[in-house]
Design a protein around this ligand. Sequence first.
Ligand code: FAD
Ligand code: SIN
Length: 516
Amino acid sequence: MTTQHHFDVLIIGTGSAGLMNALQLSDNLSVALIAKDKILEGSSYYAQGGISAVLDEKDDFESHIADTLSTGVDLGNETAVRFMVEQAPSAIQALEKSGVVFTHKGSQYHLTTEGGHSNRRVAHVADKTGQSIQTNLLANVRNKTNITLFEGFIAIDLLTKNNQCYGAYVLNKSTNNVESFIAHKTIIATGGASKVYLYTSNPDTSTGDGIAMAYRSGGRIINMEFTQFHPTCLYHPHAKSFLISESLRGEGAKLILPTGEAFMHKYDKRGELAPRDIVARAIDSEMKTQGFDCVYLDISFKDKDWIQSHFPTIDKKCASFGIDISQDLIPVVPAAHYTCGGIQADINAHSNINSLYAIGEVAHTGVHGANRMASNSLLECIVFAKACANHINQQSLTLQHPEFDDWDASRASLSREKVMVTHLWDEVRRIMWNFVGIVRSNKRLHSAQMRLAQIQNEVDEYYRLYLISSDLIELRNLVETAQLIVKSAILRKESRGLHYNEDYPNTSHKAKDTII
Ligand code: FAD
Ligand code: SIN
């Protein structure tokens, strides 16, 4: 018989969104927090640049709102953006209350800047903002007796009936048994889907699980074509997914070609601090037209002490590869970084399925539009995690749940063809990188669509026949999410923000969401 757990609230994911959400829920609610990997593993832990908020007296909410909407190329939802921006100072306070100590210059926050911001408004903890947020939030969670942590538990599918969510089927990775988690409210906080691309800044957890699970249950998915490519990931054969923060450019670092020439001024008058879509496309274009393997970032005009106090993590990582960033150029390339689309969520983070919420990168709250402005993601995580908790705290949780079938493992045998899973994983990621990358075309999108549909059939068959494993669960989600990205990209008959199709190079006058 399938083991059943009963909780008031099930939170799937322990990134900054999931942890903050758990902390904000009333103490009288029983909360299950599950993570498919180590609790701290996820994009949040690796966040470098910081979290944006109006904290300087020369800055104001209207400017943060205008920058966010303009970076999102008019597709953002102004109500949601305004809500997020106005809540930002209290999000910073909530983090400080949990123990995060932001970098200060004297008695003031040291605020840095990044692409798209017209004022310094990025609060940070040197270049380890995510690490500090995550370790502090987790320490607070561990002190709460109403929260139970489940590490190494991967959600497979949601338990839904008649458009109502009652929890999820979850694989306990240590026993390989499927268990059901029944809850009045379910919150998806599973992060993004950048692992669908061959090259990414993201950790292995970003396989689009939440988006795929919600979609399979009838969840509305929006704007999946907008994958953000971060312009500067370290280019080195042994550096897996290492980001070189945009805040280096915020502090004056220049992008240069292997020939020594600067080039960003040719593409945008804001140069290195143009929004990410523009910088990533410029690098891609220079690399493709001139046949370069990478470009370079130069911060060598700053002295060693300054670099070590502002960017200790980046300095140390580069040094481990023999690059002294106070003297040497840093080789960089763009890589998939952030999923702007996701599960449609309203201002309370509620989806179109009753009792199902989505927070953090997995959600589409409308704040990013066609391109996310730097450091607005941690902000979205914290603001909407709090809004979601407030919404749940105000309700009385009395819903009866129907009976759900036990997980059917009767037809499943152990696979002797595991190579299929690894091969298909790799194939999906290559297709996405080569055919659905920074610059797209109708032909490449349709080729990707055809091959991904075949892969989906192969994965479905494998899923029916063999015993479930976390690799198989992730592959199933990866191919589902890849198809959602391609389908959305095909539906958009224009270029806007992060989506550039050379067959429709213009931006239409009317901005419209892609809804699936
Ligand atoms: P994550 O932190 O990715 O957490 C996802 C959680 O879900 C993990 O616990 C994972 O185990 C769990 N999970 C996933 N699937 C399942 C499943 N099926 N079952 C159970 N658990 C599951 N943004 C900024 O605003 N500022 C920055 O400076 C910044 N720097 C960044 C640097 C890097 C290198 C990266 C990769 C991203 C950066 N971002 C930054 C983006 C930002 O960090 C992320 O968008 C944000 O942290 C996402 O938080 P999250 O809580 O939604 O998801
Ligand atoms: C960075 O530090 O460059 C990442 C910031 C972000 O993704 O918001």
